[in-house]
Design a protein around this ligand. Structure first.
Ligand SMILES: [Cu+2]
Length: 239
């Protein structure tokens, strides 16, 4: 496996015109023996009419993850809740081989499904009094999850090849520890934005500091029901 080396502490690498990557700087103590660390910030810029993209007030909720090696899935089941006619969380990163359980906490029916070629499934209808239903995700991919009854319900299961991922905090900060040495790639994504990717050369005992930017569009495109049809128009009580 070839390694890319950074040109030094002052070197910056630009990817897609959006991301700058700076070389190591020690802050939170050395990484665990034999491994490297990436930390930094991801800024979520939002598209405003007239003025274009501007930095948003909150950078939380971006997924930052590393590819280039595989790790075993955790033994625990991940949870994607249905509560108050929404999915929670909206973005659920897991490791390939892991199972997701989909408990419905509402007293009404939901029908959770995906038509993603990466992992299509249909859990059918169940309520809070019913046992949750599960899906195993055995290979990496992006799996948008919908409810066949409520068009506003939308979540993403992101199936990753390893457990080297983090969600950004409000200030955009993130940290990923325990990385094997080598030429890896760091990715950031949030729904509504194009994924940003930068190469990162990991060395044992060293830390890389990376600044990333995501441009998030205002609107997520509407989707269809599981049979490809449109959702019925909203019904009101006096209909
Ligand atoms: Cu629903």
């Amino acid at each position: 496996m070839g390694r890319r080396r950074l040109l030094g502490a002052a070197a910056y690498l630009f990817a897609a015109g959006l991301a700058a990557l700076a070389a190591a700087e020690m802050a939170a103590g050395p990484p665990p023996a034999g491994t490297g660390r990436i930390r930094g910030t991801v800024k979520v810029w939002r598209d405003h009419p007239l003025v274009g993209f501007r930095e948003g007030p909150d950078n939380a909720g971006a997924l930052v993850y590393v590819t280039g090696f595989a790790s075993a899935p955790p033994s625990g089941v991940a949870l994607l809740h249905q509560r108050d006619e929404q999915f929670e969380p909206r973005l659920l990163p897991i490791v390939a081989g892991q199972t997701v359980s989909f408990p419905n906490h509402d007293r009404i029916y939901h029908n959770v499904f995906s038509v993603s070629p990466d992992r299509p499934f249909d859990l059918g209808q169940y309520k809070s009094k019913d046992p949750p239903r599960d899906v195993e995700f055995d290979h990496p991919g992006l799996v948008p999850v919908y409810c066949n009854i409520h068009p506003q319900m939308l979540a993403y299961v992101v199936v990753l090849e390893n457990d080297a991922f983090a969600m950004s905090a409000s200030d955009g900060s993130f940290e990923i520890d325990g990385l094997p040495a080598g030429a890896l790639e760091l990715h950031a994504w949030i729904p509504g934005a194009k994924r940003v990717t930068v190469p990162v050369a990991i060395e044992p005992g060293a830390e890389r500091v990376v600044e990333l930017r995501l441009d998030q569009e205002e609107r997520i495109p509407p989707h269809k029901r599981k049979d490809g049809s449109d959702y019925p128009k909203p019904r009101y009580e006096d209909d």
